[in-house]
Write a protein that binds this ligand. Structure first.
Ligand SMILES: Cc1ncc(COP(=O)(O)O)c(C=O)c1O
Length: 446
């Protein structure tokens, strides 16, 4: 006899297309509050991935609930196509304040990170009058046609759906893990940037490039940051060729790394900032923010969506900004992030399966491996994650071998200690050979 959880998952498989998910664990949400999700059977899970970096303020924060309820009582929606709403205007002003760059800016709202990426592609093409777009191998920018065209991380995001947006070029990502033993970060960056420039010397005329898209920290590749020197070179290159530098902050933005946007860690002012996921604490909302002259290059009504800037979603986004400010969540992300990294370093002293710990604020990647190469890193990651799930903690892996540690920024001291105790106990079980191979058949993931 199936329980409710299992029955719902079977029903899901019968009516929801498989391409809309990379399933990790059979959890069906019943309710959620703060950092805890309770499934339909009543089992609690500590969510260490913030529902894919959406719940930076935790589930159902009271301030979000109050703002949304007030707006629901007022009105749900008023046509953005022809008229105006005040939550949208107030939100745009706030986004202009919190994004880098001291110049006149404007905003285009959307619903998911992907469509905001499409907005950015259109803006860059319209403003520059150029067609070519550059992004990096390993990037995940989303699933609408524009966003999927500039992504390069999974063949199933390319198979059977082409042709894609023309004039898109994917260049080599400067993955710092490829640094040579005797090489400095600067030398590595210059070497990789010389490779990058070769494209522009041989087949990619820079004066025809509208924009270069980057994830300052390549999230789904394994939370790997661009090297600082490389980004400086990239900014200079864009400036000298009139190319817009567009940053995808959909995963790392809205406070996750301890700054509003991760690019601020690199002291680089981008031309376009693309955001989504956490900005409205779970309500569908995304945006591109950039110089007014860039965004105004698209004529009316070239990027209009009927429900754009919806008043309820905008109210949730305003509440999200208020919470991040009032609860000092940027500083908190740094504080809790340091604690988590210290705990993982301590675990790494006693077990051999942790290879690298990296990250900024509450966006931490923990790379696992078997030094002797006898066990696949992805199998280790699967075992760790599945056992965590069994013990009531949601943790997933990305890039095959990297645990994605991205808890809500509101996580309390006791909650994070409890979560790290569970993760540590699982690493110890793994080291003792106590996690059965049969688990590997149960977890698919991405
Ligand atoms: C870096 C990055 N860009 C873009 C997207 C696409 O956003 P969405 O799924 O909201 O369309 C994601 C989603 O995971 C992401 O992590």
């Amino acid at each position: 006899m199936m329980n409710t959880n299992q029955a719902l998952i079977v029903a899901d498989s019968e009516c929801i297309a498989m391409c809309t998910r990379a399933p990790y664990f059979p959890i069906v949400a019943g309710s959620a509050k703060g950092v805890i999700v309770t499934d339909v059977e009543g089992k609690d899970y500590i969510d260490m991935i913030s529902s894919a970096c959406v719940l930076n303020t935790g589930y159902n924060h009271d301030v979000v609930l109050r703002a949304v309820k007030a707006q629901l009582d007022n009105y749900i929606h008023f046509s953005n196509d022809y008229f105006y709403t005040s939550p949208q205007i107030t939100l745009a002003k706030e986004l202009i304040k919190i994004t880098p760059g001291d110049f006149a800016k404007k905003v285009i709202f959307g619903f998911s990170g992907s469509d905001a990426i499409d907005s950015a592609i259109k803006i860059a093409r319209a403003y520059t009058g150029r067609s070519k777009i550059v992004s990096f191998v390993g990037a995940y920018h989303g699933s609408t046609y524009g966003a999927i065209s500039i992504s390069a991380i999974d063949l199933n995001m390319k198979r059977k759906m082409g042709p894609f947006l023309p004039e898109v070029y994917h260049l080599d990502f400067p993955n710092i893990s490829e640094i040579k033993d005797d090489e400095t970060e600067a030398a590595f960056s210059h070497r990789k940037f010389a490779d990058f420039k070769r494209a522009f010397d041989s087949y990619l005329p820079p004066e025809e490039v509208a924009a270069i898209f980057i994830e300052p920290i390549a999230g789904d590749l394994g939370l790997i940051a661009f090297p600082q020197t490389y980004l400086n070179l990239l900014r200079e290159f864009c400036d000298s060729h009139g190319i817009l530098l567009a940053v995808d902050e959909i995963q790392q933005g809205f406070g996750r790394t301890g700054k509003w946007f991760s690019i601020e860690h690199f002291d680089i002012v981008p031309d376009l900032v693309v955001m989504g996921k956490a900005m409205a604490s779970g309500f569908p909302m995304s945006a591109v923010v950039g110089k007014s002259e860039y965004l105004d290059a698209i004529g009316m009504p070239g990027q209009l969506f009927t429900l754009q800037g919806n008043a309820v979603c905008a109210s949730a986004a305003l509440a999200t900004i208020e919470i991040i400010r009032q609860e000092h969540l940027l500083a908190r992300a740094i504080e809790v992030g340091s604690y988590i990294q210290a705990r993982f370093k301590a675990v790494a002293q006693s077990v051999k399966s942790i290879r690298k710990i990296r990250g900024l604020g509450l966006s931490i990647g923990v790379e696992v491996w078997d030094e002797a190469g006898a066990v696949k890193a992805s199998d280790i990651a699967k075992k760790i994650c599945y056992r965590c799930y069994q013990k009531g903690l949601i943790l997933i892996y990305i890039g095959g071998n990297t645990l994605r540690v991205q808890p809500p920024l509101i996580i309390g001291d006791d909650e994070i200690k409890n979560a790290m105790d569970i993760i540590e106990s699982v690493f110890i079980e793994y080291a003792r050979g106590e996690i059965a191979d049969s688990i590997l058949e149960k977890i698919k993931g991405w």
